[in-house]
Design a protein around this ligand. Structure first.
Ligand code: F6P
Ligand code: MG
Length: 448
């Protein structure tokens, strides 16, 4: 494939035996499907209590659909069109035709032969199809239990972080510009490392935050492979006071990733941005269906704020009350768009979700959380590690943007020559073991 005269590398795929994509499709995805089936089994009595015989029937049909899906995956069957007539079904089916056109020698699009990004997203969408096709279960979140558990397992870290935030807010007026910047950088890093806590890399096993989020930062610093956070700060500062009234009006968009501790770390950062006057508006973007086990849905977002308010801890509860207030007055808002749960690379957004692209163009800074967003930003391709981040974005530049990501998939761009080689010799799994992270920034070129 070619774009602007530059060769675009191949997509990561399970067709490369032994690769991380291959191991994920072979091992991790079937494990996740098995857990989903178990969850439905375990909820059988609840379905009966709520919906009577219809509930039991729906549970049975959904389980047989999911067992069949697991078999299709494990035996590398061709992927099937979606039949649930949901808002996004046609977009999925159209994307499948696109993938089919890219196949060589008349091969069919299948689990082990197609791009990993596509088939992994497709699995989560097929799980949703099993539920859509079996009302009254269409609103059931098969991952809710795991997300809830991960939130409660991180309680200690959440309390410490909320205490830190409230202390900071109380003293905000006395902070010098340098102290403000230092605290911003700290909370940005907490939000970065919060991304360690996702549940799909661990196939749903406990992955919660146990240690003190602020105290751990100095030890983690050396694991940040690219750190563009000073550019993020300059962007925020430059966005101050540019409104026609001269008022501060910076808008920050946060493309959320995981629920649990990571979401709390994002809310704390967002609170700091508003309380410090660095942003006037925060728009959170979440998923419209349960996704990659731990990703945030609207229900998770609202539940998290309510749980934070209800906590038996003064500063945690005070934080939750403030967040509810931000939501109520519109300083914060939650948005979902079905593009976030499509398999597209983000360079497709301007054409395939033009409304979302133009909404993002109104932002002063977009923070993309997590690994999956990074894979979509870079197209999940076999880029050379020294290729600049801007180049891997392939024209996706709605506004200044920054990826905050711990590495859990074998795509990484924007490194210095020799950096990847050194890492490979020290820690062969550096791209997938979640120990390393990047803060990578890109800004659209403005006309002079
Ligand atoms: O395979 C591991 C994986 O499921 C990746 O596909 C995905 O990128 C990652 O875990 C999820 O991580 P995150 O929650 O940071 O997007
Ligand atoms: Mg996630």
């Amino acid at each position: 494939m070619e774009a602007e005269g530059v060769l675009v590398p191949l997509s990561l795929s399970a067709e490369f035996e032994g690769s991380f994509a291959y191991l994920t499709v072979r091992d991790r995805l079937p494990t996740i499907l098995t857990k989903v089936i178990d969850t439905l089994h375990r909820n059988k009595d609840n379905f009966f209590k709520e919906y009577g015989k219809d509930g039991i029937q729906a549970e049975k049909t959904a389980i047989s659909f999911l067992s069949k899906l697991r078999n299709e995956l494990q035996t590398d069957k061709p992927v099937l069109s979606l039949t649930d007539n949901a808002e996004d079904s046609e977009a999925w089916n159209e994307y499948m035709r696109r993938q089919q056109d890219l196949m060589e020698d008349g091969k069919l699009v299948s689990w082990f032969k197609s791009p990993w990004l596509y088939v992994e997203c497709y699995m989560y969408r097929r799980i949703q199809e099993a539920l859509y096709m079996n009302p009254p279960m269409d609103k059931f979140d098969v991952f809710k239990g795991q997300k809830t558990q991960s939130f409660f397992e991180s309680q200690q870290a959440i309390k410490l972080l909320c205490t830190y935030l409230q202390d900071l807010i109380t003293n905000m007026e006395n902070l010098t510009e340098i102290q403000l910047r230092d605290n911003f950088l700290k909370l940005l890093q907490v939000s970065l490392w919060g991304n360690k806590c996702d549940l799909s890399i661990s196939a749903g096993q406990d992955n919660s935050q146990k240690s003190s989020p602020i105290d751990s930062l100095p030890d983690l610093q050396r694991f940040i492979l690219v750190d563009d956070s000073s550019m993020v700060w300059s962007t925020l500062v430059a966005a101050q006071g540019v409104g026609s009234s001269g008022m501060k009006h910076a808008r920050v968009d946060i493309i959320l990733d995981n629920a649990g501790f990571e979401l709390i770390s994002d809310l704390v950062l967002a609170d700091f941005l508003v309380s410090a006057g660095l942003a006037k508006q925060i728009r959170f973007h979440g998923k419209s269906i349960p996704w990659f086990v731990s990703d945030v849905t609207k229900q998770d977002f609202e539940w998290t704020i309510m749980q934070t308010i209800a906590a038996n801890h003064k500063w945690m509860s005070a934080s939750g009350v403030q967040w509810k207030h931000f939501m109520k007055e519109g300083t914060w808002s939650y948005h979902d768009h079905f593009f976030w749960t499509l398999p597209h690379e983000f360079c497709d957004m301007a054409v395939d979700a033009a409304d979302l692209y133009s909404t993002l163009q109104g932002s002063d800074l977009i923070l993309f959380k997590g690994d999956l967003n990074y894979r979509k930003l870079t197209g999940d391709r076999k880029w050379e590690h020294t290729v600049p981040f801007d180049q891997a974005l392939r024209g996706f530049q709605p506004a200044p943007l920054c990826s905050l990501r711990t590495l859990k998939a074998d795509v990484q761009v924007g490194l210095q020559p020799g950096q990847a080689e050194k890492l490979s010799s020290q820690d062969p799994d550096w791209m997938t073991n979640g120990r390393y992270a990047v803060v990578q920034f890109s800004s659209p070129c403005r006309e002079p």
